[in-house]
Design a protein around this ligand. Sequence first.
Ligand SMILES: NC(=O)c1ccc[n+]([C@@H]2O[C@H](COP(=O)([O-])OP(=O)(O)OC[C@H]3O[C@@H](n4cnc5c(N)ncnc54)[C@H](O)[C@@H]3O)[C@@H](O)[C@H]2O)c1
Length: 344
Amino acid sequence: MQTIHFALMGGCDAFVGGGAVRLLGQEAAKAFTGRKAALITDSGVPAEHIALCEAELKKAGKEPVRLVLPAGEPNKTLAAAESICSFLYENGFTRSDGAVCAGGGVPLDIAGFAAAIYMRGIAFVSVPTTLIAQTDSAYGGKTGVDFREGKNLIGCFSQPKAVVCDTDFLRTLPERELACGMGEVIKYGATAEPEILSRVSRAIPDDDTVAECVRIKRRFAEEDFYDTGVRRVLNFGHTFGHAFEAASGYSLSHGQAVAYGMLAAIRLGQKLGATRPGVYEAVLSAIKSAGLGADYGELWEGAKALIRRDKKSDGSGIAFVLLEDLGRPVISRLSVDRILNSMK
Ligand SMILES: NC(=O)c1ccc[n+]([C@@H]2O[C@H](COP(=O)([O-])OP(=O)(O)OC[C@H]3O[C@@H](n4cnc5c(N)ncnc54)[C@H](O)[C@@H]3O)[C@@H](O)[C@H]2O)c1
């Protein structure tokens, strides 16, 4: 078990490793004094994981009350956050009670947001169960929901009191979700720690790899909590990725879209003369090892149209993450025309 401390907003310990769920009761007891613990999850999280969370909370003297949200990105809405607030209110939750969310990035983002706004904030403990959530979304304080056409347009920065990251939960992940999470692992390898690329495969990553990703996330989040500077490096592949995702009508998984996006961003860097030779091949090889596709040709026209609407554009261009080399990202402000013309 590895303990990784985030020195942000009052501090947060992340416990990473197999069997970490056994710490849930203790961490909930530290996080809030009240007996009531909302146990929030979604309909796709295996019941066995939730039963374990429930048992640990009970052992610590908490009274878990379960709320199961519908699974999936289309349900990451303001209405879902409101349904959590209604649930807390109807069950008499006060500011001394707390919420625990066990699930992937979708319920964690929604529940983290609801916990931050209910009665101006109640304690929140996060139990990530997907690879994306265990390596990325559970840490660093971004919470929120999608709004109208945009992803994550409504939300706030708010840290959990603790993150209980039990890597045994990854054993039930479908292949597609595992590959999807690998997209984010590859992103860390490409932008921060190239050695990680050699560890990418179709198998569940070992605890050291998950913990390494968490440490990289911590490094960026501690340096730039509000995501106005260096943390934006973690958006590598996402400008194109979001466009591919939308162009596919959201049939592409997020990780697959980011994989395409990273390849397109490296191609752009090469065309602009900013990216060293060999970077494309190294990332491509990791993407293939993860079982992710590499050919985004069919989606390119649709993606191009959508890039003009990217939320990172403020009129003067897009703060675009390019790679000079593996582990050497740079943020360049590029006009949409320059990006699209370079990719011809
Ligand atoms: N807040 C952040 O900093 C941040 C960072 C990255 C991504 N995100 C967000 O994360 C979301 C994507 O997260 P995700 O990929 O985890 O999606 P998800 O939460 O929808 O999970 C994917 C699917 O896996 C199921 N599942 C969860 N745990 C499981 C398990 N152990 N075994 C079997 N099935 C399981 C879920 O029910 C769901 O059907 C996006 O909304 C994205 O915006 C947020």
